[in-house]
Design a protein around this ligand. Structure first.
Ligand SMILES: [Zn+2]
Length: 488
């Protein structure tokens, strides 16, 4: 279905405001009792655009405004993502904006995170200086945590836009995917795997040497998903970094395409992204808690992805080796992973291999923050559910990246992430698959491997044994399944 998007470049969606109910719509904020025509400096707030979010503005003084995040559609528990514009400013007008209704208390705002800003004459997003941002418990707002930031407008004709983090909209993804399609690469396929409740595309990319598309051929599959949580926009930059690398002419990418089939669902929750939600779908579901029993009606995108994964897993010619779901984290630094816990030490060790290799490739990836768990609360997540479904030669991870920054080894100064550095992490994830497959002797490449020494001990004694060598025997597979799902 075509979207009714007229003005893609500014992300303004025309004709669909009813879908954005609850956002402020060109709201002119004048002092109480003011009756005349609006003057310059009477700020106009707007969030009726794609991925926009601002629910209410309270005038405190000419210099101070309380701003309310619009809760996720059908789920008022989640209030984190904001994204709005301000115009009709006066030059040198100084303001303080207080975001007063966050649903979270812990936040990277305590550690130096700041909102991002751009304006029409300076269209590149930047983080505000941390010194202009305050995060504190406020007696005026039922002791909620409030994030205040000071800003000085400098150009009267500019429209300023503020957001929780760098936006990455559904339309942006559609443009990116269309630009990939126009390149007519024989190793890239784009399909519509399904539609969201509001009839947006659920896209699936398959990147591989076309020889692997023959259904009779045995293949290794790496499956990647992103944006199940719509406010976690860094996940889209990572995902685009992965795709950019895999479709490139880089020799590593060419070798990977010759050996592996990459299946990528870049936006699992397109409605949530479009609506400017933080965590939920249109109907207020946290889709990452519904993997066990997704409904084709209530969770159509999740249902379609799960069906595809189950079908791949049942295909005897397919070895589904990795499932990675990309997220962003609101309280941790760096990139890191969550994995599953298994009773067999050997499997635990094997699961740790990919994060270790990634740590060698990505200076922002933290092995010490990487952890493996079996919390009941996470039982409906993709990683946990698929970890139980897939056999013991498959690895399921959540890849998390900080909304804010990373610390590199030996340094205590956080480096704030940019759009580019998120994408770079994606490229590093992609090339790590070659290290993994070379380590496991599944890709024979004459180039020096480098940086492998620390893993020699880990890989010794199991090469040619379990790692990625295909399916286990049926009986064993069933045992593992009951074993890993049973007590959650
Ligand atoms: Zn998430």
């Amino acid at each position: 279905m075509e979207e009714s998007i007229r003005d893609i470049d500014t992300g303004v969606e025309a004709g669909g405001e009813d879908a954005l109910v609850g956002n402020v719509n060109k709201l002119i904020v004048t002092p109480p009792g003011y009756a005349g025509a609006p003057r310059k400096g009477h700020l106009i707030f707007d969030a009726c655009f794609e991925s926009g979010n601002l629910g209410r503005v309270d005038y405190i003084s000419d210099f101070e405004f309380d701003l309310f995040i619009r809760p996720d559609t059908c789920n008022a528990r989640f209030r984190v993502w904001f994204n709005f514009t301000v115009e009709n400013v006066r030059e040198t007008q100084r303001v303080i904006f207080n975001i007063v209704n966050f649903s979270k208390t812990k936040s990277l705002y305590r550690d130096g995170m700041s909102p991002v800003v751009k304006s029409t004459s300076r269209p590149k997003w930047q983080r505000l200086p941390a010194k202009n941002v305050y995060y504190y418990r406020c007696p005026d707002h039922r002791r909620n945590y409030v994030m205040s930031f000071a800003f000085c407008f400098d150009r009267e004709e500019d429209v300023y836009q503020f957001a929780y983090c760098y936006p990455y909209t559904y339309s942006r993804l559609q443009h990116y995917l269309a630009s990939l399609e126009r390149r007519n690469l024989d190793y890239l396929q784009r399909e519509q795997l399904g539609l969201s409740m509001q009839q947006r595309r659920l896209d699936l990319l398959t990147i591989t040497n076309p020889a692997h598309l023959n259904p009779e051929r045995e293949k290794k599959v790496v499956f990647l998903t992103a944006r199940v949580h719509p406010g976690e926009s860094p996940a889209s930059f990572i995902c685009q970094g992965v795709i950019d690398f895999l479709v490139s002419q880089h020799p590593v990418a060419q070798i990977l395409r010759d050996h592996v089939v990459f299946k990528i669902v870049p936006m699992l929750n397109p409605d949530g992204v479009y609506l400017g939600n933080y965590r939920c779908s249109l109907m207020g579901f946290d889709l990452n808690r519904h993997w066990q029993d997704p409904s084709p009606w209530a969770h159509p995108t999740l249902h379609a992805v799960k069906q595809l994964i189950v079908q791949l897993n049942q295909d005897p010619r397919v070895s589904l080796e990795f499932y990675i779901d990309v997220h962003a984290h609101s309280t941790m630094m760096n990139g890191f992973m969550y994995g599953n816990i298994f009773e067999e030490e050997e499997r635990v060790q094997r699961q740790a291999v990919f994060p270790k290799l990634l740590c060698n490739n990505a200076p922002d990836f933290s092995l010490s923050s990487t952890s493996f768990n079996r919390d009941v609360v996470k039982a409906g997540t993709g990683r946990r559910f698929l970890g139980g479904l897939l056999d013991d030669t498959s690895y399921c991870y959540t890849l998390e990246v900080s909304f804010y920054s990373y610390l590199t080894a030996g340094s205590t100064t956080p480096v704030p992430y940019t759009e580019d550095s998120y994408m770079k992490l994606g490229r590093n994830v992609a090339r790590t698959f070659l290290d993994y497959y070379k380590l496991n002797n599944l890709i024979d490449d004459s180039k020096p491997t480098g940086q492998m020494n620390s893993l020699d001990a880990l890989s010794a004694g199991r090469q040619g044994n379990h790692v990625g060598t295909g399916k286990k025997q049926d009986g064993e597979k069933t045992d593992r399944r009951s074993h890993t799902i049973r007590d959650y």
